[in-house]
Design a binder for this molecule. Structure first.
Ligand code: SF4
Length: 482
């Protein structure tokens, strides 16, 4: 396996961060030693480690131990709310035995916003919040939050607790979290905070640079796809027509130009025989043709996009729900983004121009080159070398490891039932009955407790209703979406 060996003689920090549980389990000790050495040596550990080994505790102890001594900031990156909870609970256990670790739990800004009627997500929310902040019309943002910041730094809180505390004092929870994060040693947040354009605002706000960071990437097998999802764009004729309608009350010229581009694009897509890779200049030409005016002087691509972006900001300022910022984004990215990008054109009435990021290392290579160290972990990070290549992690800094399951082989029986499926097309009353029967049968036969996992809350609800009605001989605990 490609990768470097860690030096056995590397000096490890003093170990001021205690182990949060009674003992280090079999399988955890190798992982813990590798993680400590990786962070001390400034490397990147890609750990293919099975479920149940206790990855969160290993990564947090190793990273925090170094960060507290060397004034680094640990970012625990996860996309799952349940893993936010596990990370915070683990920190609380560490604190119960050792030093206080200033920690902030952070989720997407739009999910923390207190403004009623704010756009629910995406570019529109960002524009909305930026405008509120710049124009000083968000009272939650302008109000003095120093007391709340001081309070949330006293105790490690789940993000929901932080939002409640901020809401009670009428101050913006995201601002509280960011102000407190600047004084923290650990921030639990989504991948986006590092692997998207958000990083350019996030790190300066914390007063940190890349080399101050030790990253823990939870469920790291998801990272390449999450990065790719940032550079995706689709533009159909219908999007342009909708945008033109929205723009009509804001900027007549932009609305007229959007209609012209929609017509030009429709002509192009109708004449196209089949889907194929597109050239950058094909779309630019379609736009330029759409901007032409009989006998008058037309704006060029760049001036039009500036006008469109301005109309989008104006819509947000006036509180009009708008797709104009997203459409403007497509025009900018099609023109400016080249590296690792695939451009496509699809013909016909539902046709479109589209672009996709194929190579995630375009965005992640500079991060891994710049940060102090990282621990990437997952139960399915295999082959680790492939993930290291995909993410652009330098060969001389990558440490690739596979750890054995801590559970005895006889406890890892895998059985597949050929009679049930959660396939969407097969769902229905009979299948729900069959799934509940299978679970009920296993519950009756197994002496201890039992955990059942479902791909959706809807399926969970169907099974739960039936199991309750069937009076299975065990107490049932159910996870709720909230
Ligand atoms: S500053 Fe905070 S409360 Fe105000 S709009 Fe932005 S996220 Fe919402």
């Amino acid at each position: 396996m490609e990768g470097v060996e860690l030096r056995p003689d590397v000096r490890l920090p003093s170990g001021s961060v205690p182990w949060p549980f009674d003992r280090v389990r079999d399988g955890q000790s190798d992982f813990l030693l590798d993680a400590r050495r990786t962070v001390a040596e400034g490397m990147h550990l890609l750990a293919h480690a099975p479920t149940g080994i206790g990855k969160t505790a290993v990564a947090l102890v190793a990273a925090l131990d170094y960060a507290l001594v060397e004034d680094k900031l640990v970012l625990f990156l996860t996309s799952r709310q349940s893993h936010h909870r596990i990370a915070i609970e683990t920190v609380r256990r560490i604190e119960a035995k050792g030093p206080r670790i200033p920690t902030i739990d952070l989720i997407a800004k739009h999910s923390m916003c207190l403004q009623e009627g704010a756009p629910s997500h995406g570019r529109a929310f960002q524009e909305f919040c930026d405008f509120k902040v710049k124009s000083r019309t968000c009272a939650f943002f302008t109000r003095d939050n120093s007391a709340v910041v001081a309070a949330v730094l006293q105790r490690t809180l789940h993000v929901q607790e932080l939002v409640r505390a901020s809401g009670a004092c009428r101050v913006c929870p995201h601002r509280v979290a960011m102000d407190a994060a600047a004084k923290s040693r650990l921030v639990v947040c989504d991948y986006n905070y590092v692997f998207s354009e958000i990083r350019e605002r996030f790190l300066p706000r914390l007063g940190r640079s890349l080399d101050d960071l030790v990253l823990i990437v939870d469920e790291a097998h998801n990272l390449p796809d999450r990065i790719r999802a940032h550079l995706v764009g689709d533009l159909a004729v219908m999007d342009l027509l909708k945008a033109a309608k929205e723009a009509r009350s804001i900027d007549g010229e932009v609305a007229h130009e959007l209609l012209g581009i929609a017509k030009s694009m429709e002509r192009f897509l109708t004449a196209l025989p089949s889907e194929r890779i597109a050239r950058k200049d094909e779309f630019l030409d379609v736009v330029e043709a759409g901007l032409q005016r009989k006998g008058g002087e037309a704006r060029g691509y760049t001036a039009f996009v500036e006008g469109l972006a301005f109309a989008g900001e104006d819509a947000v300022r006036r509180g009009i729900p708008s797709h104009l910022p997203e459409v403007a984004d497509f025009f900018v990215r099609w023109r400016d983004q080249d590296e690792g990008i695939l451009r496509l054109v699809v013909p016909g009435p539902d046709g479109k121009f589209a672009f996709r990021l194929l190579d995630p290392s375009v965005l992640s290579r500079s991060v891994f080159d710049g940060i102090h160290a990282s621990i990437l972990m997952s139960g399915t990070l295999f082959p680790a070398e492939m993930y290291a290549d995909l993410l652009g992690i330098a060969t001389r800094r990558r440490v690739l490891r596979t750890y054995a399951s801590p559970f005895p082989r006889e406890n890892r029986l895998l059985l597949v039932s050929p009679h049930v499926t959660t396939l969407f097309v097969k769902r229905g009353k009979e299948m729900h009955d069959a799934i509940a029967r299978e679970i009920g049968g296993i519950a009756a036969a197994v002496p201890g407790n039992l955990a059942a996992f479902f791909p959706s809350y809807e399926l969970l609800g169907e099974a739960h209703r039936r199991l309750r009605a069937a009076h299975v001989p065990k107490q049932i605990l159910v996870e709720r979406p909230e």
